[in-house]
Ligand binder design. Sequence first.
Ligand code: BGC
Length: 328
Amino acid sequence: MVDREDPDRPDELLVEGLLVGMCGTDVEIIRDGFGWLPPGRDRIVPFHESLGRVLTAPPGSGFAAGDLVAGVVRRPDPEPCPACAVDAWDFCRNGKYTERGIKELDGYGMQRWTVPPKFAIKLDPTLGDAGVLTEPASVVAKAWAQAEAVAARSHLPVRSALITGAGPIGLLAALLGVQRGLEVHVVDRVTDGRKPDLVTTLGATYYSDLSKVTADVDVAIECTGVAQLIWECARRASVTVLAGLTGDHDPVPLDPSVFDGMVLGNKTIVGTVNAGLPDYTAAAEALSEASRPWLHGLITRRVPLDRFTDALQKEEDDVKVVVDLVQR
Ligand code: BGC
């Protein structure tokens, strides 16, 4: 930890950092050296899942002191590419985008941070700590938007969903599915504990074995990156959205019959990363509508800033681990 001067950026919001969330990407950055340093620097402030309270806001920005906010992760590339030119930076075509806490820009792991008003999301003040789930929720809001756009292509009325993985992304994907009135099936490896409980409380069905899912599923949101599960999703669902990275999983044999099913069934597999402003707005609304005890149940551990590396260690039954930025 280092002390820095408060930044002097009068055109931006000055925000008191309250919480940051630890996700797999942060673990890879902090522990394994993944990510991109800011040009000419030898360090980057980590964390991209943020929650803060506005201290000062420029007049006419639409924000005021006291507002609860989350910061957007990605910034458009400078050229800009056709996607970034219309603020769809999450679809950046040339890879020159930047990301706070991941790619070339300091993240939100600071007790004071600034953000241009355009890249701040105003949250329902009653969310409290659950507001730190805005960024992961934005990623699944985009996954759902992709699923629906692709389903529309084949006149598919979406009634049911399969979610693979019951980590924060899978659970939030299940929440958004239930909020859409769908029948939601969630698969993860664990047989008991908090994940199955959270799925059941939501009104979705939990399985520790994918072969036990006998229902038809229209959409699959794949959040594990496990190749075997990807094929299984593609076999079962009309639309499969890939939201997880396979990382260093072992290769698996490719079953060509999956492709026949895709051809004959007009099926689709679509990848998705990051989120644009409409997805952040959808995420903030979804969280605002969700049960507070359920959302708070996702935050299973809170570590103080001076022991933030404790959050790198996964503990049994962890869902979302957050770092408390406020010195108490
Ligand atoms: C973040 C995304 C980001 C992606 C790739 C994910 O962990 O949630 O916002 O685009 O990593 O850097």
